[in-house]
Design a protein around this ligand. Structure first.
Ligand code: GLN
Length: 191
């Protein structure tokens, strides 16, 4: 199995480290030519969604990523990655890949209590540590989107077919269970 990690900005190295800790190979996606046909899945890391969105556009990556996800390539978006995948952003005029049927609220926890750590129940995994950094949350899901975790009544993890998103950063906790969950999603998608 080989996973491509979008490496334009943000916490991509930490995702590579998390996959490496469970024996899964990764490669960085920095340009269109890095979009290899042999990727079994892709990761869109946390960082700053506006910066990543602009870079994706400038590098001509938006369209090829969008097509791959629409074609069924498994994708895992964390934090800013969730925002980039959302079809609707409650407090932003523009959307980016817009492949997943959720509404994201950027900086959903305000600026004061922007960053915190907690533990929460993740459907199919159990209790896991969750690190939030100026995180978004999902205010609304529709279609076939399944809610996987909520914290204080806010949706912080969801899945729609081949797309998995978390508002928190599982790559910063040392607990690889969400990365394992994504690897299992990939295995099952192959049938
Ligand atoms: N606040 C950032 C944004 O709006 C996301 C923060 C993160 O990815 N840790 O893009």
């Amino acid at each position: 199995m080989k996973i491509g990690v979008l490496a334009l900005q943000g916490a991509f190295a930490e995702h590579r480290q998390a996959f490496s800790s469970i024996g899964i190979e990764t490669a960085e996606i920095r340009s269109r030519k890095d979009m290899r046909a042999d990727f079994d899945g892709i990761v869109i890391p946390g960082g700053e969604s506006t910066v990543q969105g602009k870079l994706m556009d400038a590098l001509g990556l938006t369209e090829s990523l969008r097509e791959s996800v629409r074609d069924g390539l498994p994708v895992f978006g964390t934090c800013a990655g969730l925002i980039l995948l959302a079809k609707r952003i409650a407090n932003d005029d523009r959307v980016h890949l817009a492949t997943m049927d959720v509404t994201a609220v950027r900086n959903g926890y305000g600026r004061q209590l922007g960053s915190f750590r907690t533990e929460g129940e993740f459907k199919g995994i159990g209790k896991i540590p969750m690190v939030f950094i100026r995180a978004p949350y999902v205010s609304e899901t529709s279609g076939e989107t399944e809610i996987l975790a909520t914290v204080d009544g806010k949706i912080v993890a969801a899945r729609e077919k081949n797309q998995l998103v978390t508002a928190f950063h599982p790559e910063l906790t040392g607990d690889p269970s969400v990365h394992l969950y994504f690897a299992e999603m990939i295995r099952r998608s192959r049938g």
